[in-house]
Design a protein around this ligand. Sequence first.
Ligand SMILES: [Ca+2]
Ligand SMILES: [Ca+2]
Length: 142
Amino acid sequence: MLELMEALQQENNLVALAAFRTIDLNKDGVLTFNEYLRRLFPHATEREFAAMQEWAFPTKPVAVQEPTFEPTSEQLEEIRKMFSMYDSNHNAKIEMTELLSLSERCGFSQADIASLFKASDKDANGSISLAEFVELMKVSYI
Ligand SMILES: [Ca+2]
Ligand SMILES: [Ca+2]
């Protein structure tokens, strides 16, 4: 009976996401997402893919981390390029819809994207600015 309950709960997208992250540990999920990114951004570099993956699948909770380094000008340039890849309508902001369209196809639930977005949108104005994106990358960019 308990197993049946658990099976029913697996209809929930959050469980699917957790499962995807678990798969991620043995690299299958990373490869899938990586392939997805490569189709989406054929001109991005390896480092850009790695940083995008880290953002989409943080290895540690983003909200509790403090920035650990100041990016070099070269790294800032790469972060800017990544920002413009997410900013598909080129208005210098990453909107929720842009994050949704990128991430939902990888099996994210809307609730999970919303919490990622909320954690990134430090001034809570409904979009992720380049400055907020840089702050995020200071935490997750390696
Ligand atoms: Ca935008
Ligand atoms: Ca903001």
